[in-house]
Design a protein around this ligand. Structure first.
Ligand code: CTP
Ligand code: MN
Ligand code: MN
Length: 516
C-alpha cells in the first residue's frame, strides 16, 4: 500500500494518478472520480478508460483535487454519506449523475452542468416523481378488483394472515388482512417505502415485511412460515372439511401432522370430518366457474321443483367474479314473504333422492327480529336456514354431454352407489366419473334478501369492514339479516344492496369490486 500522503502528492502533481499517462489531458481544470458503489468495478474501469481516451482526467483514487464525482444509481444522501467518510474532499465538488459523464463523452468535452445532472437535484426530482398513494381507511370505501398491482406483497401478507388465523390469533390475522387489502387497492406497484407514507392499516409488522420484499425480493418471516412444519400441518389438517384450527392444533399436539398419521391415530371423527377425509382430494381441488354453473342448474331445478316461483342466486366468490373457489355458495328466496319457510328441507330431500348429495347438514333459521332486535347488536353469525353440503358432481365429460334441461337424476349415482367407500382417499388417484364439491345453501325471506345477498357475497374482509364502518362511523348494526340504526332506535329497510350502501352513507361498490 502506498501511504496516503504520497498518494495524494502524486495525484496533485500528475493530475492523473494511477491512470494511463499516455493519454493527452485536454481539460486540466476538470478532475473526475467515478464512484464504484452500485456502478460496479468492471463498468467503472471501462468508463474510466473511455474518459481518459477522450482527454479527461479520471482519478483512480479519491482526493481533494477531484472536482466532479460521478455516480450511478446513488441518491444524493448516499453519496454525501460516502463523502463524509473520506479523509478529505474539495468543498463544492460537483456530485453528478452518470448522465453528465456519458453526455460529455458523447460531446467530446465536459458539457454544461444542468439541474438534471446534479445529484441533489435529481433526488428532489425523483422524490417529486414518486407516486404517493392515498386510500380511504375502510375496505368498504374502496373498489378492489380481483387483480392487483402488488401480488408479491399481498400474497406474502395474506400468507401471514392465514398463519395467524390458523394459530387462533385473529387480531394479527385481521391486521395482516387489512394491510394486504390496502395494497390491493393501489393503482400501481409499490417501488419504495416512501410511497407508503400516510397509508392506513399498515402496521409496523406489515411494513417490515413489505420493506424486506422491496429490498431483498423476499421476506425471511414469510419464507420460514411457508416452510414451517407447523404451518404445513395446520394447512393439511384444516383442509379436511369439518376440521377447524382448534381441532388441528389439538391433533398436532398429539403428534399428528399428516392425513396418514391421523388415520393411524384412531382419533374419533365426526360425520362431517369423515366425509371431509373421504373426499379430501376433491374438496381441496378448486371448483371452476363451469362446475359452479352446472351445480347452479341442479340447485335451481331442485328449488323450482319443490316451490315454483322460488329463486336462487350465486353468491360468495363466484359472484365477485372469481374464476375458481373452495366451494359454491347459493342464496335462495321466494318473492312472497313466508313461502320460503320449510323450503330447505324440501330442496335437500329432492337433491338426496336424486343422488346429488354425498353429505349434508342443515340448520334451522333461528333469527327472530323481535328477539335479536333493538336491545342487542346484530351478531356477525347469521341464523338463516342453511345447508353445508358436499355435492357429487359428474365430471366435465359427463356434464357436457348432459342437457341441463335433463337434470333430473344424477347419472353417476348408480355406479358409485355400488362402491360407496371407494378408493377415493388422499393421494390415491381415482377414475371415478364424478368429483366431490363443497356447496353452501342459504334460504332467506324476501324481506331480508338484500342483507343476505350483501352478507354472503363477501369477501370476508369486505364484510367485516362494512360492519365496522356501520358501527364506528354510523352507529348502526349491520348483519346478514338487517340494519339497525342505534340512534334512531329502528330498523332500516332495504330491498337492494344499493339501498343498504345508501343507508350506510357509502358509495355503491359492485360485487366485482369487493375483492378486498
Ligand atoms: N359466510 C358467513 N357465514 C359463514 C361462512 C361464510 O356469513 N359461516 C359468508 C362470508 O362472510 C362470505 C361468504 O359467506 O361473505 C362466502 O364465504 P366463503 O364461501 O367462505 O368464501 P368465498 O368468498 O366464497 O371464497 P371461496 O371462493 O374460496 O369460496
Ligand atoms: Mn365460497
Ligand atoms: Mn361458503
Amino acid at each position: 500500500m502506498v501511504p496516503l500522503k504520497r498518494r495524494k502528492l502524486g495525484s496533485s502533481h500528475t493530475g492523473n494518478a494511477g491512470t494511463n499517462s499516455g493519454d493527452e489531458v485536454k481539460f486540466p481544470q476538470v478532475v473526475l472520480f467515478l464512484l464504484e458503489r452500485k456502478m460496479g468495478a468492471s463498468r467503472r474501469a471501462f468508463l474510466s478508460q473511455l474518459g481518459r481516451k477522450k482527454g479527461f482526467q479520471v482519478q483512480e483514487l479519491f482526493s481533494e483535487i477531484v472536482t466532479h464525482v460521478i455516480c450511478e444509481n446513488n441518491s444524493g444522501e448516499e453519496v454525501r454519506t460516502w463523502l463524509d467518510s473520506q479523509a478529505s474532499s474539495r468543498p463544492g465538488a460537483h456530485l453528478l449523475d452518470i448522465s453528465w459523464y456519458t453526455e460529455s463523452m458523447r460531446a467530446g468535452q465536459p458539457v454544461e452542468i444542468l439541474d438534471r445532472h446534479k445529484l441533489q437535484q435529481e433526488l428532489q426530482i425523483s422524490e417529486a416523481e414518486v407516486i404517493m398513494f392515498s386510500v380511504p381507511s375502510y375496505a368498504c370505501q374502496r373498489r378492489t378488483s380481483l387483480e392487483n398491482h402488488n401480488t408479491p406483497l399481498t400474497e406474502a401478507l395474506s400468507l401471514l394472515a392465514e398463519n395467524a388465523e390458523l394459530s387462533e390469533d385473529d387480531g394479527r390475522g385481521v391486521a395482516f388482512r387489512r394491510a394486504a387489502a390496502v395494497l390491493k387497492a393501489l393503482p400501481s406497484p409499490v417501488t419504495s417505502m416512501s410511497q407508503l407514507k400516510g397509508l392506513p392499516c399498515l402496521g409496523e409488522h406489515s411494513l417490515r415485511v413489505i420493506k424486506d420484499i422491496l429490498e431483498n425480493g423476499s421476506s425471511i418471516e414469510v419464507e420460514s412460515t411457508k416452510n414451517s412444519e407447523r404451518y404445513n400441518a395446520l394447512k393439511v389438517l384444516t383442509g379436511i372439511f369439518g376440521v377447524g384450527s382448534k381441532t388441528a392444533e389439538r391433533w398436532i399436539r398429539a403428534g399428528i401432522h399428516s392425513l396418514h398419521q391421523l388415520q393411524d391415530s384412531g382419533q374419533t371423527l365426526n360425520r362431517a370430518q369423515q366425509a371431509g377425509l373421504e373426499h379430501y382430494d376433491d374438496i381441496n381441488q378448486p371448483v371452476t366457474k363451469a362446475e359452479a354453473d352446472v351445480i347452479g342448474e341442479i340447485v335451481e331445478k331442485a328449488v323450482v321443483s319443490v316451490l315454483p316461483g322460488a329463486q336462487i342466486v350465486l353468491t360468495g366468490g363466484f359472484r365477485r367474479g372469481k374464476l375458481t373457489g373452495h366451494d359454491v355458495d347459493f342464496l335462495i328466496t321466494h318473492p312472497e314473504e313466508g313461502r320460503e319457510v320449510g323450503l330447505m328441507s324440501k330442496v335437500v330431500s329432492w337433491l338426496e333422492s336424486k343422488g346429488f348429495l354425498l353429505y349434508q347438514k342443515t340448520t334451522r333459521n333461528s333469527y327472530l327480529e323481535s328477539k335479536d332486535g333493538p336491545g342487542r347488536p346484530a351478531s356477525n353469525i347469521d341464523r338463516f336456514e342453511r345447508c353445508f353440503s358436499i355435492f357429487k358432481l359428474a365430471k366435465e365429460k359427463e356434464t357436457r354431454t348432459k342437457d341441463p334441461q335433463e337434470v333430473t337424476e344424477n347419472r353417476v349415482s348408480a355406479e358409485t352407489d355400488q362402491n360407496p367407500n371407494s378408493d377415493k382417499l388422499m393421494n390415491k388417484q381415482t377414475d371415478t366419473p364424478w368429483r366431490a364439491v363443497r356447496v353452501d345453501l342459504v334460504v332467506s325471506p324476501i324481506s331480508q334478501f338484500a342483507f343476505a345477498l350483501l352478507g354472503w357475497t363477501g369477501s370476508k374482509l369486505f364484510e367485516r369492514e362494512l360492519r365496522r364502518w356501520a358501527g364506528h362511523e354510523r352507529s348502526m348494526s349491520l348483519s346478514s339479516h338487517a340494519l339497525f340504526d342505534n340512534k334512531k332506535g329502528r330498523y332500516l329497510r332495504a330491498s337492494s344492496e344499493e339501498e343498504i350502501f345508501a343507508h350506510l352513507g357509502l358509495e355503491f361498490i359492485l360485487p366485482s369490486e369487493r375483492n378486498a
